[in-house]
Design a protein around this ligand. Structure first.
Ligand SMILES: Cc1ncc(COP(=O)(O)O)c(C=O)c1O
Ligand SMILES: C[C@@H](O)[C@H](N)C(=O)O
Length: 360
């Protein structure tokens, strides 16, 4: 008999949140204008607010974090044969369809991401091409960091580390971009203002549609000259949109109402991680849960791996995604309640508290 689904708990990502009533009201009443022919008034307010939050001269709304990263890399790597140094487990390298290469002609030079989300600084420096310009080599233009580092489990990069990478970039005449899809999570978890975290960066892409729960969009920040070039590239990529105030109005609500909720997301992640780790057949590195992402390591049973477990959890109404063959990713967000946590734990206990019956 199939267990009836008692509730639905969506932990696939922090991108799954639905607009709140206050967001929908703001969207309905947003003041708008054509942002290609001029400036949408609500977009101007949002861009000014995010530029101030990041301590940068200017900002620009983009439809997605993927486009924000792509535009930023392309602005910095504006010569044919440019090379970008980035993490081998970074979102730009793993999940953005190789856009920096396929659309931008930029060559990626990966450096190993350590478990804590950083890349060894000595390895970054070793990856910088000689400025003497050997005929064989591309020209290094940019270093990209990611904070928090999603594929390392939402780990926060320490400020001192980011500053050191910034010094390295300057030493070699390079630019520094930070993929800040979950920058607000890092700021809350570290207890450090966003301005201080990104102080060394020449550009940052900040997602509004992740932990702070806006329905759509990101904002890139940098110098006025950077944003001028970025605005041109956004149009080239088809990202110039018209009355975007409808989206920016929801993003402003997210900024003003939801950053404060991130600390609770992190607390829930810790509680859930501890509960899952108490289930004998599961393993969670609880200390590594710094923000809203949890990795659950399953028994290495070829008959019941992460894909199978996700399917079984889905039948119970719990939605998570496989990270690797025997690892599940869980992402907390502000629309997960305490009772949802209890239900999720009970579902994992149902699946893993005893050795699974031999499949027929
Ligand atoms: C670290 C990171 N960077 C960038 C992105 C891309 O954002 P978007 O999905 O809005 O393109 C994501 C995920 O969505 C992400 O997790
Ligand atoms: C999967 C990835 O692209 C997305 N950024 C997420 O973390 O859900």
């Amino acid at each position: 008999m199939v267990t009836p689904v008692i509730r639905t708990v969506d932990l696939r990502s922090d991108t799954v949140t639905k607009p709140t009533e206050s967001m929908r009201s703001a969207m309905a009443n947003a003041e708008v204008d054509d942002d290609v022919l001029g400036n949408d008034p609500t977009a101007v307010i949002l861009e000014r607010e995010v530029a101030e939050i990041a301590g940068k001269e200017a900002a620009m709304f983009v439809p997605s974090g993927t486009m924000g990263n792509l535009i930023s890399v392309l602005v910095h790597c504006d010569e044919r044969g440019s090379e970008v140094i980035l993490g081998d487990d970074s979102h730009i390298h793993i999940y953005e369809n190789g856009g920096v290469s396929s659309l931008g002609g930029v060559h990626p030079r990966t450096v190993k991401n350590e478990e804590d989300g950083t890349m060894e600084i000595s390895s970054i420096e070793a990856a910088v091409r000689s400025p003497k310009g050997d005929l064989h080599y591309p020209v290094t233009k940019l270093i990209c960091l990611e904070n928090t580092q999603a594929n390392c489990g939402g780990r926060c990069l320490p400020i001192e580390y980011i500053d050191k990478v910034g010094e390295l970039a300057k030493k070699h005449g390079l630019k520094l971009h930070i993929d800040g899809a979950r920058l607000f999570n890092a700021s809350v978890a570290l207890g450090v203002p966003v301005t201080r975290i990104v102080q060394a960066a020449d550009s940052v892409s900040i997602c509004l549609s992740k932990g702070i729960g806006a329905p759509v969009g990101s904002v890139i920040v940098g110098s006025k000259s950077f944003i001028t070039k970025a605005r041109w590239l956004r149009k080239t990529l088809g990202g110039g949109m018209r009355q975007i105030g409808v989206l920016c109005a929801a993003a402003l609500v997210a900024l003003r109402e939801n950053v404060a909720k991130l600390e609770d997301d992190h607390k829930k992640a810790k509680i859930l991680a501890e509960g899952l780790n108490r289930i004998e057949r599961l393993k969670v590195d609880v200390a590594a849960v710094e923000t809203n992402i949890i990795y659950v390591d399953l028994p290495k049973d070829p008959k019941f791996g992460a894909e199978d477990a996700c399917k079984s959890l889905e039948v119970l109404g719990v939605f998570v995604i496989p990270q690797t063959t025997f690892r599940i990713r869980i992402v907390l967000h502000h629309q997960i309640s305490d009772s949802d946590l209890d239900y999720v734990l009970s579902c994992f206990e149902k699946l893993f508290s005893s050795v699974p019956e031999e499949k027929a």
